[in-house]
Design a protein around this ligand. Structure first.
Ligand SMILES: [Zn+2]
Length: 87
């Protein structure tokens, strides 16, 4: 257990938790949007509580506003295939 587990908020359902099971998507300083399985990458991050909210966030383009960027189809495709690898 981390001594300073950070509170995370799902950008879709607003559930808060400190769980590692939250999926983090990050916009790196280079402007790349990617899944962050370690939770340690630099950049602006957005959390979803699980795969259901991840899919909703994709469908409603919630990551665009959460990360203050415009995700391309390539970004969405990469995120989806990366999430499948974590299951
Ligand atoms: Zn959620």
């Amino acid at each position: 257990m981390s001594s300073h587990a950070k509170q995370r908020t799902c950008i879709v359902c607003r559930k808060t938790d400190t769980k590692q099971s939250f999926l983090r998507v990050v916009r790196t300083p280079e402007g790349q949007v990617e899944l962050d399985p370690t939770g340690k990458k630099n950049g602006r991050g957005a959390y979803v509580c699980g795969i259901a909210c991840f899919e909703k966030a994709i469908a409603t383009k919630r990551f665009d506003s959460a990360l203050r960027t415009k995700l391309t189809e390539d970004d969405y495709g990469r995120l989806k295939s990366d999430v499948l690898k974590t299951l």
